[in-house]
Design a protein around this ligand. Sequence first.
Ligand SMILES: Nc1ncnc2c1ncn2[C@@H]1O[C@H](COP(=O)(O)OP(=O)(O)OP(=O)(O)O)[C@@H](O)[C@H]1O
Ligand SMILES: [Mg+2]
Length: 185
Amino acid sequence: MSPAAGDPDPVRLRTESADDTRALGAALAKSLRPGDVVLLAGDLGAGKTTLAQGIGTGLGVSDHVTSPTFTLVRSYPCPTPPVSVDGHLRPSSAAVRTFLHADLYRLEHLGEVVDLAIAELVEDDAVAVVEWGDVAEPVLGADAITIRLTEGHRDDERCVTVSVTGSSDPRRDEIRRLLSAWSAP
Ligand SMILES: Nc1ncnc2c1ncn2[C@@H]1O[C@H](COP(=O)(O)OP(=O)(O)OP(=O)(O)O)[C@@H](O)[C@H]1O
Ligand SMILES: [Mg+2]
């Protein structure tokens, strides 16, 4: 299924380099909330891990985010600065505390996605970014943010299409605004 299939008005963007894709990911991270699942689609070398690195950076992950191919899911803690409530510093209840990075390339059947229980893992305080996530759309796609990367005209150019469906739908405008610097003409 095409990620844009469920979204009549996907956000169309373009990046010029790997660092540009990381910067886009870091900007997108500002729109992410605990429980979000981001599915990354695109061919080998399209830039999925690069984008995941940017999202990790945007969530404050200090460890280097690498491809989790052999572990399927890696978990990174996110710092959660306290917020001021009535003059007292308290832990923010809305903060993302864990960044989960998954890569489904080696999965052989969809049942394994169910076994990974990604939707349950993100429930309380995590965000999951899933490479080859389009494979898991039947399991994870209902409320997901799906991002497809494809090659552009030049070597280092990538077309990036962000589709939002289900309960994530109201966030399309926020994502469009946060990522306006990368808008494809
Ligand atoms: N605009 C760009 N965005 C992202 N990566 C880019 C861009 N331009 C060049 N690159 C290069 O393309 C490669 C992308 O590799 P990356 O590992 O992120 O892809 P991937 O989609 O995760 O691949 P795989 O399917 O093997 O996991 C890197 O070498 C990166 O430097
Ligand atoms: Mg990768």
